[in-house]
Design a protein around this ligand. Structure first.
Ligand code: NAD
Ligand code: DAU
Length: 354
C-alpha cells in the first residue's frame, strides 16, 4: 500500500490515540506493531476494527526476523516508535523489562530500519523518517524557579525508566550521525486523556475515587508535572513527522504545571459535581510513602515547536481534565476490561502496606 506508516506500540495509551487520530485525519494506511504487554489493549482500537487501512501485528520489537519481514512486506515511508515500558514505579520494582524493550528493543528496531532504509532509492531515502517518541524525564529534575527544559538541556535521568529512555534517545542520535538515518526525536511531558492505563496518576485517582477507595498521594503531594492532553501530543507528533527538520529534537509540553495535589483536587471536584457522594471526594486523599528517587519537578519549554512548526496545545488543563473524567465515567466496559488479575497484583505490590 502507498504511503504506509509503521507505528510501534500503537495499542498503548498514546500510540492508540495517535492511530485513531491518524486514521481519521488522513487516508494513509498504518501498520500497528505491538507486543500487547499488560499496557497494550486492542479495545483501545475498537473504533477502527475492520478498517482495511489498519493492519495490526502482534509482535515484539526485539524480534529482528519478524521486523525484517514487516518492512519487506509493507515498505513503510515512516516509523513512529512509541513502544516502550512506560511506568516509573514498575521500573523501580523491576528494571529488566525496561532495559529489554526500551534499550535492546529500540536497538533491534533501529538495526532493521537501517537495513531497510539502506536498500531504498535516494528519493525514498530522503523522504523516509524515523520518529522516536521520548520523554521529558531524560532531563532529570528541576527545582522550583528553575527555567523549564529546553532542547539544549543536559541529560540527567534518575529512574531506571528515564535512564532506559535516555539510552534509546542516544542510540537514535547515533544512527542519525553515523549512518545518516533521517531521525527526529520528541521529548514530551506528562500526558493524560482517554485510554490511559490506570496505573498512572490521573486514571488511578479517577477510578479509585469513583469506587470510594483511598487516593494515594506520594510524599507531600507537591511534586510538579507539566500536563498535556494526549490529543495535543498526537497532533504535535503528526506535525513533527510532516514538517520537522531531520536530526532535530522537539520538546512538547502543555505549559500546564500543576502539583500532584492540585491534579487530584481537580479530579475530586469534577467528581463531586458529576458523581456526588455524601462526603467530598478529597476526603479519600491519603499521603503515602514517597516514590524512591522521586523527581521533584518537570516543566517543558515548548517554544521551539511553537516557533518552527506553529504548534501549541488546544486544551487547557481545566478543559482536558474534565473531558478525561467524563471519558472514564462513560466507558465502564473499557475500565472493566483493564481491571484484570494482573492489575490487582500490581495494585497490591505497589500500594498495600504503603
Ligand atoms: P503505554 O505503556 O501505555 O504503551 C506502551 C505500548 O508499547 C503498549 O501497547 C505495549 O504493549 C507496547 N510494547 C511494550 N513493549 C513492547 C515490545 N517489546 N514490543 C512491541 N510493543 C511493546 O505507554 P504510553 O504512555 O502510551 O507511552 C508511549 C511512548 O510515549 C513511550 O515511549 C513513552 O516513553 C513515551 N511518553 C509517554 C508519556 C506519558 O505521559 N505517558 C509522556 C512522554 C513520552
Ligand atoms: O513526564 C513524562 C512521563 O510521565 C512519561 O515519560 C511516563 O511514561 C509517564 O508514566 C509519566 O511519568 P510520571 O512518573 O510523572 O507519571 P505518574 O502518573 O506515574 O505519576 C505522576 C506524579 O504523580 C508523580 O509525581 C508521582 C505521583 N503519583 C503517582 C501515582 C501512580 C502519586 O502521588 N500517587 C500515585 O499513586
Amino acid at each position: 500500500m502507498q504511503n504506509l506508516i509503521l507505528v510501534t506500540g500503537g495499542a498503548g495509551f498514546i500510540g492508540s490515540n495517535f492511530v485513531l487520530r491518524w486514521m481519521k485525519a488522513t487516508k494513509q494506511p498504518v501498520v500497528n506493531l505491538d507486543k500487547l504487554t499488560y499496557a497494550g489493549n486492542l479495545q483501545n482500537l475498537a473504533g477502527i476494527a475492520g478498517n482495511e487501512r489498519h493492519i495490526f501485528i502482534k509482535e515484539d520489537i526485539n524480534n529482528a526476523d519478524a521486523i525484517k519481514r514487516v518492512f519487506a512486506e509493507h515498505r513503510p515511508i515512516a516509523v513512529l516508535h512509541f513502544a516502550a515500558e512506560s511506568h516509573v514505579d514498575r521500573s523501580i520494582h523491576g528494571p529488566a523489562d525496561f532495559i529489554e524493550t526500551n534499550i535492546n528493543g529500540t536497538f533491534t528496531l533501529l538495526e532493521e530500519v537501517r537495513a531497510y532504509w539502506s536498500g531504498l532509492n535516494s528519493d525514498e531515502q530522503k523522504r523516509f523518517r524515523f520518529l522516536h517518541v521520548s520523554t521529558d524525564e531524560v532531563y532529570g529534575s528541576l527545582n522550583p524557579g528553575d527555567a523549564a527544559f529546553t532542547e539544549e538541556r543536559k541529560y540527567s535521568p534518575n529512574s531506571p525508566y528515564s535512564a532506559s529512555k535516555a539510552a534509546s534517545d542516544h542510540l537514535v542520535r547515533a544512527y542519525l550521525h553515523t549512518y545518516g538515518l533521517p531521525t527526529l526525536i520528541t521529548n514530551c511531558s506528562n500526558n493524560y486523556g482517554a485510554y490511559q492505563f490506570p496505573e498512572k496518576l490521573i486514571p488511578l485517582m479517577i477510578l479509585n475515587a469513583i469506587d470510594g477507595k483511598r487516593l494515594p498521594v506520594y510524599g507531600d503531594g507537591k511534586n510538579v508535572r507539566d500536563w498535556l492532553y494526549v490529543e495535543d501530543h498526537c497532533d504535535a507528533l503528526a506535525l513533527v513527522l510532516e514538517r520537522g527538520r531531520v536530526g532535530e529534537t522537539y520538546n512538547i509540553g502543555g505549559w500546564n504545571e500543576r502539583t500532584n495535589l492540585e491534579v487530584v483536587n481537580a479530579v475530586c471536584s469534577i467528581l463531586d459535581e458529576l458523581r456526588p457522594t455524601s462526603r467530598p471526594h478529597v476526603d479519600l486523599i491519603e499521603f503515602v510513602k514517597d516514590r524512591p528517587g522521586h523527581d521533584r519537578r518537570y516543566a517543558i519549554d515548548a517554544t521551539k515547536i511553537a516557533n518552527e512548526l506553529g504548534w501549541k496545545p488546544k486544551e487547557t488543563f481545566e478543559s482536558g481534565i474534565r473531558k478525561t473524567v467524563e471519558w472514564y465515567l462513560a466507558n465502564e466496559e473499557w475500565v472493566k476490561g483493564v481491571i484484570t488479575g494482573e492489575y490487582h497484583n500490581w495494585v497490591s505490590l505497589q500500594y498495600v502496606n504503603r
